[in-house]
Structures are given as structure tokens and as C-alpha cells.
Design a protein around this ligand. Structure first.
Ligand code: ZN
Length: 212
């Protein structure tokens, strides 16, 4: 992918995005490893939201992992950077609004930032501050996953399933109880049932019927 290891050339912000299971973290780890081989000082950061992993590390699906500092508020990143030349940030979609100015400031300091983030949430709407981050990035790589339903290689969405069924648009962002899972799907296989909207459509049909 032709990354520039000569960070003395100036700042850059490489953003790796896509749906779940597209290999974002794997790609991030690959780029970090190259920086380590090039003897650069690397700081790895991940948001303090994921309660599934207890340790301070990021792990990709193929079992690769790296030590990471967990951060609650994006502003904390500024005091952690110190003399790190490369700042790698996983799961950017979970950070607060300040992440945009934090990354801008790091670029001004001549740092190389490599980040990953889900571009769309389970409703297929832009996730957090990813749109702004995609705009300020100097390089964006959109990775695709394999669709878990039809097997095509163009999965761009993250399907939320509750007890194995597509989650309704109005389902809460945080589920308590119920078996919640996610899978990558293509635009054709992605499903977002909307109970409220369905009711609205039915009402409209009745009105049209009366007019004729
Ligand atoms: Zn599909």
C-alpha cells in the first residue's frame, strides 16, 4: 500500500476504515510492525469502551496483538504522546468530538497517525466522528469484508443480530440481555427492519386507497 516510513518528511494521517471483519486492525498491526522495524517510537491507543477485553492491548481476528494504552477521553492522548513519532489509534468511531482537533494538533507537530474505525453503525449511518476524520485524513483506505450471507467480497456494512435475527432500527444502542452479534454483509444482504416505519407505510396505503 506504499506507506511512507520517512516521517521526517512531515505529518500524515492514514485512516483504515470499513465494516466489521474487514481486517482493519490486522492492517493497522501490519503498518505498526513496519514502523517498529524502522525503529520509530510508536504509541498505540485504543478507546476505553470495550469491556470484552480486559487487558491493555489490541488484538486482531488472526490473533496478532500489541500493547495499547486505553483512553477514555480523546484529549488524554495529547499528554501520552510525548516523543512518540507514530501514534496508532484503534476504533476511532468510539471517540468523542475532540478527536478531530487532537489528531489535527498531532499532525501540526509532525506526527504520523495511523487509525482504524468502523465507517457505518448498525443502522448504516456514519459512526461517530468518522466523517470528519475521513475528511482530515491524508490517506483513506476502505477495506471490504466477505459477506457472511452470500459470500461476495463486497461487504461494506455491519449487520447487527439480536438472538440471530436482524436488529430493528429502533433497538437500543446498548442491549441488556439477548444474544447480540455482528456480521459483515453486502448492501443486498444487509437488513434493517423498521417496525415504526412499516406502520407508517401501511397508513399511507390506506389513504391512497380511499382517494381512488
Ligand atoms: Zn451478501
Amino acid at each position: 500500500m506504499g506507506e511512507n516510513l520517512g516521517i521526517m518528511d512531515g505529518y500524515c494521517f492514514e485512516l483504515i476504515t470499513g465494516p466489521m471483519s474487514c481486517g482493519k486492525t490486522e492492517e493497522l498491526l501490519r503498518r505498526i510492525r513496519r514502523c517498529i522495524i524502522a525503529k520509530k517510537k510508536v504509541l498505540v491507543i485504543s478507546p476505553d469502551v470495550d469491556t470484552r477485553t480486559g487487558g491493555d492491548y489490541i488484538e486482531s481476528r488472526n490473533g496478532l496483538w500489541l500493547d495499547a494504552v486505553k483512553v477514555k477521553h480523546s484529549i488524554q492522548i495529547m499528554s501520552l504522546v510525548k516523543d512518540a513519532q507514530i501514534v496508532a489509534i484503534d476504533e476511532l468511531q468510539f471517540f468523542d468530538a475532540n478527536i478531530v482537533s487532537v489528531i489535527t494538533e498531532l499532525m501540526k507537530q509532525g506526527k504520523k497517525i495511523i487509525g482504524t474505525g468502523l465507517e457505518l453503525d448498525f443502522k448504516a449511518e456514519p459512526f461517530g466522528y468518522m466523517p470528519q476524520l475521513m475528511c482530515i485524513a491524508t490517506k483513506v483506505d476502505k477495506l471490504h469484508a466477505v459477506c457472511m450471507k452470500c459470500g461476495c467480497e463486497e461487504a461494506t456494512r455491519t449487520q447487527r443480530l439480536i438472538d440471530g435475527k436482524p436488529a430493528d432500527k429502533n433497538s437500543p444502542l446498548i442491549m441488556i440481555g439477548g444474544d447480540e452479534t455482528y456480521e459483515a454483509r453486502c448492501i443486498k444482504c444487509y437488513e434493517l427492519p423498521d417496525v415504526k416505519k412499516k406502520a407508517g407505510f401501511l397508513g399511507l396505503k390506506v389513504l391512497q386507497f380511499k382517494e381512488h
